[in-house]
Design a binder for this molecule. Sequence first.
Ligand code: HEM
Length: 411
Amino acid sequence: MTDLARIAPFDPAWPELITDPYPIFAQIRESDPFHWSKHGYWVVSRYDHVREVLMNRKDFGTGDFAANLKLFYGSDFDVLANSGYRWLSEVFIAQDPPQHTRIRGLVTGSLTAKRVRALEPRIKEICQELTDAFVADRHADLMTQFAYQLPVMVICELMGIDYHTPEMAELIAAIPEAFVVFEARKLTEHELATANRRIDELEAFFRAEFENRLAHPRDDLLTALAQTGTAADGLTIHEATTVAIALFGAGFETTANIIGNGLYLLRRHPDQWDRLVADPSGLAVSTNEEVLRYESSLVATYRTALGDTTIAGHPVKAGERVLTLVGAANRDGRKFGDPERFDIARGAADHMSFGGGIHFCVGAELARIEGRIAFEHLATVLPGLKVDLDKAQWRANFLFRGLTRLEARWG
Ligand code: HEM
């Protein structure tokens, strides 16, 4: 286990958090549950504390978005002059009621359970098309050839974007470079400049898509979002563009990494892969939930105290930020029996990987359907799958946890 002296004060830039954050998470959770980070925010890690913060909409929210960022950059920094941060400040994930309530309501009214469930047959077809393209090769990089392609194709299908549009490769590459603005630290000049440019590009693309949908409505999510604008408090084109970038990016970035993280785990625990292969349809749902619990693709989120308050009796002052370590909460032995054991039949769906409270993930149902179908399909079509663990590389980001490549072969 990591040396305690190394733990305090927490810094999301520690390289150990990229390779394997769980020993550090365990140390903080067990020895310093209300930890003060190097960057001047609280770090909470126990399941009950993370849940308490995320469920408490009265005392915790976004608060003053610019002030939160100035904590990292200094008081002279013009936060909203940066497209990346200006965009994030306008996304409903970074807003408090009543703005959050209005936008989220319009989004969930368009991204309905019916629309999501209707995609299930197409998701199965996409899985088949993807594996058909490489199964005879007996090897593939499953991150680029499957894990990313599946949710990208699905979110395009849902939004009504042509997956074969020439801009697609750039749009996909833009998301991780733009989403770095979620990180709880000061970005390098290069990172921030790239994020700003990427948000400008994404906004230009989606604005054009919305103008097209208003002129030529179709049966797709972008049309549904655009058409909310016909009502008095509907989405403006600018708001719809902001939302669309969030849905597009969140729609594949996190889901792709759950598929990748799952394949990695199933190789590290071959007995669990054998169990899944023996009963793919029976175990796919609980496999997906256990991957979400054990190796979430979003390991933390954060809130700001809206007034003086407490977390399990621990005082937090108005304006102080709190990093909630979802990944640490998911392995809290106070909540989950034998939490370090990866058990695909555990059947625990009450992990914190989709958050909780008013910001609970709007894409959870879609992500669950995609993950379940992907694991069932791969265990059925590639039962002899062997993932090369030595070549697997973790991305250099703290919040979004996933692999850049995942070489695999089969007989
Ligand atoms: C396995 C995949 C996914 C994971 C682990 C995940 C995780 C999360 C978490 C933890 C939150 C709450 C953040 C907070 O409270 O600060 C969240 C919110 C959100 N997610 Fe997901 N997500 C996933 C898939 C998706 C998908 C597929 C979509 C879109 C289609 C999506 C769209 C969103 C949006 C828009 C929010 C903000 C909701 C709000 O603020 O009210 N997510 N997600």
